[in-house]
Design a protein around this ligand. Structure first.
Ligand code: GLC
Length: 548
């Protein structure tokens, strides 16, 4: 039962630039609710905490907020194990808090995207509990992938698939059957061959659309359909294939019919509601298939996220992404960090924090100049580094405990944000010295919002300027193409033209300053000093935007 029934409402965009297809060049900020802001002082971020900080996000200059899951969940995978898709976990608040968040956001002209997790649920989901309770003949088992085991006594898993978090993708229950879980054992996979699963998710989408949300981020969008017969792969093959080619449990063609039906539901609602796929596909061309006109609106560009600080590689992935997305008339998306990967300031640092931050800022200006939509992960606007020295006893990422899987440790990018003050949790919660579910390093005092606000040299003010300039210059973000300009080795330079002006973006990815002829007047630079006109010097690891 819903905890609270509300009427639908749409965002008040009167104080923003309202235009058609807002999502084509939107900047979308990812809030990871447990680590954003803790309103009640229990050490865990919550929805009232987010609502209270919405003016901060408005001031930052983003268009929309995407919230990672806040639904009722035993938190075996930080909320990506959902027990009830229509309620708020008490740890995050209650339904009226979700409603208030959406209303406040809309009043500020911010859109709200919520996560939907359709590949799997929690072992505490009613269907799964009943499937176990009612035994082997339960019709509820058909909504999951239950199978007898192999071997004389059924003591071996039904096939050789492995969990993304490490170990077998199958767990045996007391009566001897096995069930499939591509992630943790607490996350049983739904069987999307079953009509009831489709109907249930249609209803869940409508539930949140009726509340007024503007879109969905679809978790593991590539995983829903499994190859018929659940064929073996072979261990070696599996390791090799993951991420490079299709495996029988990811990116199967059958997923597209599901998203066509979801798109039809989104279209029934006024206000341009959207869906963005978290689809780790082998290529951007495969990602583009999710974005055909009758399917989803966006997909995360993980190929871009995983590209290093290298001019040739970045240029190649930008070209490939734009070609693939333009072939289906979808916007490209650009993303550098999220709650599953090492923060990009640390990825780019090669062990030198200052270099990491320099490159992170340069990478941000590059990302924000490209045509399409950009995603910002909470805390990157503060220049937060990955926390690499968390003691094992505070870690919560199931991937850490199941070893080999995914990145191994995803807690280091999930440490609560520092907002203000002299001691931990630095304004994350209401009290100095109060709890935070993961400890912040003492050095985070200098990264707090309060410490940076008003300081023109700070990362926060740099992000604010970048987003403000992007808003004023549609050539940053709008449109579909880039025009590459001649540039020295290790330097990327491209021009973007729209009816409302021309902008050039130049990125020096080398370790030395480079001298070039200024292509215009400087709009913004990620480094402090660039010459004014004529021959100018761009420092190492820096990006400059020019009005041309
Ligand atoms: C997605 C989420 C990740 C989660 C996994 C399983 O990859 O981003 O955090 O662990 O799905 O739901």
């Amino acid at each position: 039962m819903p905890q609270h029934v509300t009427t639908a409402h749409t965002p008040d965009t009167s104080n923003t630039i309202a235009h058609r297809e807002w999502w084509r060049d939107a900047v979308i900020y990812q809030v990871y609710p447990r680590s954003f802001a803790d309103g009640n002082g229990d050490g865990m971020g919550d929805l009232p905490g987010v609502t209270a900080r919405l003016p901060y996000l408005k001031r930052l200059g983003v268009d929309a907020v995407w919230l990672s899951p806040f639904y009722t969940s035993p938190q075996a995978d930080a909320g990506y194990d959902v027990a009830d898709y229509r309620t708020v976990d008490p740890m995050f608040g209650a339904m009226p808090d979700a409603d208030a968040l959406v209303r406040e956001a809309h009043a500020l002209g911010l859109r709200v995207i919520v996560d939907v997790v359709p590949n799997h649920c929690s072992e505490q989901h009613e269907w799964f509990k009943q499937a176990l309770r009612d035994g082997r003949d339960s019709p509820l088992r058909e909504r999951f992938h239950f199978r007898p085991g192999k071997g004389e006594d059924g003591q071996l898993p039904p096939n050789d698939w492995e969990s993304v978090f490490g170990g077998p993708a199958w767990t045996r229950v007391a009566d001897g059957d096995w069930y499939l879980h591509l992630f943790a054992p607490e996350q049983p996979d739904f069987n999307w061959e079953h009509r009831a699963v489709h109907d249930e998710f249609h209803s869940i989408l409508r539930f949140w659309l009726d509340l007024g949300i503007d879109g969905f981020r679809i978790d593991v969008a590539h995983g829903l359909v499994k190859a018929a017969g659940l064929p073996d792969i072979g261990h070696e093959e599996q390791v090799k294939l993951l991420g490079s080619q299709a495996v029988p449990y990811f990116d199967q063609d059958g997923v597209h019919e599901i998203y066509r039906s979801w798109r039809r539901i989104l279209e029934e609602y006024a206000g341009e509601r959207i869906a963005v796929a978290e689809a780790w596909t082998p290529t951007v061309e495969r990602s583009a298939l999710y974005l055909r006109p009758d399917e989803l609106h966006q997909a995360f560009n993980f190929e871009y996220l995983t590209t290093g600080w290298d001019a040739a590689e970045l240029r190649a992935v930008i070209d490939r992404s734009l070609d693939a997305m333009n072939s289906v008339a979808a916007p490209a998306t650009w993303v550098l960090s999220n709650h599953d990967v090492v923060r990009h300031s640390t990825r780019f640092s090669e062990g030198d924090e200052a270099r990491g931050l320099r490159r992170a800022k340069a990478a941000t200006l590059l990302m924000l100049a490209l045509p399409g939509s950009a995603y910002i992960y909470q805390g990157e606007e503060l220049g937060l580094p990955e926390v690499t020295e968390l003691p094992d006893e505070v870690r919560q990422d199931p991937a850490f405990f199941r070893s080999a899987g995914q990145d191994g440790t995803r807690d280091g990018c999930r440490v609560p944000l520092p907002w203000s003050g002299e001691q931990a949790p630095f304004g994350f919660g209401p009290a100095d010295g109060g709890p935070s579910w993961l400890p912040q390093p003492a050095s985070w005092k200098r990264f707090s919002v309060r410490a940076q606000e008003g300081d023109p040299a700070s990362t926060l003010e740099f992000y604010r300027s970048a987003l403000a300039v992007r808003r004023e210059h549609p050539a940053l973000g709008a449109g579909r193409d880039v025009e590459w300009l001649d540039a020295p080795d290790g330097v990327l330079s491209f021009r973007r033209t729209t009816a409302r002006g021309t902008v050039v973006c130049t990125v020096n990815l080398t370790a030395e300053p480079v001298t070039i002829a200024a292509p215009g007047t400087v709009l913004l630079s990620s480094a402090e000093s660039v010459g004014a006109a004529g021959q100018v010097s761009i420092p190492a690891d820096a990006t400059v935007w020019w009005a041309a």
